[in-house]
Design a protein around this ligand. Structure first.
Ligand code: FCB
Length: 413
């Protein structure tokens, strides 16, 4: 790491790129639980999204022109296995072509196997609460890994398990809109089991086929949990939330020796201020008085680049490589996007200097896309999307980031 006049040089071989997820960009994901939910409950329908299912080559050309050498995408379970046990050769062939299209452009694929959405048949027949869930997920992943394994080294089994379980089973905002600690606990347990089974399967398939060692992880969402005051309650609640929401899933997988690296998704800070010692307050109350103000993104999330540095240092104890699997901003003004990227990359660089083995940075997202229950409003893309004409337009921030991707150097300005 070089610090000459504030310039930061990232390690050779660093992965630079952006991330997407199937349901948010592909369009027409009709066999999934989210699609069904959007028809009656969502604010907006994902519809054609970015038509990435057909236009992926155009998008990868853009990624290459922006000097990305890595790209994270997800495979859609509902397309690959539209009915239980019946696999779609067309969908599998499609994803093989997608991965090869990346490889042809010199872009390393990072493949996610579950990014929030489920096939309808699975959701209707017990979903992740059912004890058959890990076996069902394993069967689907096995079909994908046998086809893509030759070309893919980096695998993310499950995206943000703690966000999925809390939004879908505790806060009741995502399908199936449950509010039950017990159901959340069952789903978490099944997701741990599913990950471990898939982790082992991917390693086994690579051994059987004589392929190089894979790198398998989850993408763990972490929030910087900052006590609002210096009192015991704020400090205790921050510690507790960090243990539960940031670390518990990773800990469970590390105990089972089922992580080759840590995929980290980082966006924001929570200023922790519980009003009482009750568990609900300890786990969810935040400061309402605008103490310690920081800039916010267009949906009101605190922008807090120091948090990324602090969290990366906390990950040091696991002694595993870390890949930033998502980090990004939705903004009305593109200028704030580059400032966001620059400041977060400074945090990454500081953490590398402090001995954290960070191996890559994937900006969320390559394209503006369908932001779940918030619809198409939030604009996270390096590339602007016209949802009427499907025209793609590279934003100025993307060009600045491209320069870092090309040179591996973050300049001082
Ligand atoms: C993450 C999700 C991703 C996207 C970003 C903004 O939590 O993994 O799909 O919605 O937030």
């Amino acid at each position: 790491m070089c610090y000459t006049s504030g310039m930061k040089k990232f390690p050779d071989g660093f992965l630079w790129g952006a991330a997407t997820a199937a349901h948010q960009v592909e369009g027409g994901n009709i066999g999934s639980d989210w699609w069904e939910w959007e028809q009656t409950r969502g604010r907006e329908r994902s519809g054609d999204a970015c038509r990435h299912y057909e236009l992926y080559e155009r998008d990868f050309d853009l990624a290459r022109s922006l000097h990305h050498n890595a790209h994270r995408l997800s495979v859609e379970w509902a397309r690959v296995e539209p009915q239980e046990g019946r696999f779609s050769d067309d969908a599998l062939k499609h994803y093989a072509e997608v991965v090869l299209a990346l490889k042809d452009r010199g872009i390393e694929p990072v493949v996610t196997l579950h990014h929030f959405t489920n096939p309808l048949w699975f959701a209707r027949d017990g979903g992740w609460e059912d004890r058959r869930a890990p076996g069902r997920f394993l069967r689907y992943c096995d079909a994908v890994v046998r086809i893509l394994g030759k070309h893919v080294r980096y695998w993310i089994t499950i995206n943000e398990p703690t966000i999925y379980v809390s939004h879908s089973f505790l806060f009741g905002v995502w399908p199936p809109q449950a509010r039950s600690l017990w159901r959340m606990w069952r789903v978490s347990r099944n997701m741990v089991r599913a990950h471990v089974a898939v982790f082992r399967m991917i390693h086994q398939v690579c051994r059987d086929f004589g392929l190089r060692e894979p790198a398998v992880s989850i993408a763990q969402h972490m929030t910087a949990l900052v006590p609002c005051g210096s009192g015991l309650r704020c400090r205790f609640a921050s510690w507790l939330r960090h243990k539960i929401f940031n670390e518990s899933f990773v800990d469970a997988l590390v105990r089972r020796r089922a992580l080759d690296f840590i995929g980290l998704n980082y966006y924001s800070r929570q200023l922790v201020e519980p009003s009482n010692w009750g568990i609900r307050s300890l786990l969810s109350d935040v400061c309402r008085e605008n103490h310690r103000p920081v800039p916010k993104n267009s949906v009101g999330w605190d922008i807090y680049p120091e948090g990324l540095y602090e969290l990366l240092l906390k990950l040091k104890k696991y002694d595993l490589p870390v890949m930033i699997a998502e980090n990004g901003i939705c903004a009305e003004e593109d200028a704030s996007r580059w400032i966001f990227i620059r400041d977060h990359l400074r945090s990454v660089s500081r953490a590398i200097g402090a001995g954290v083995p960070v191996t890559g940075y994937l900006y969320w997202s390559l394209l503006d896309n369908f932001e779940w229950e918030k619809g198409f409003g939030p604009r996270f893309g390096l590339v602007e999307m016209n949802y009427r004409t499907f025209e793609r337009k590279v934003r100025p921030s993307a060009l600045k980031y491209a320069e870092v991707c090309r040179t591996g150097v973050l300049s001082a300005e």
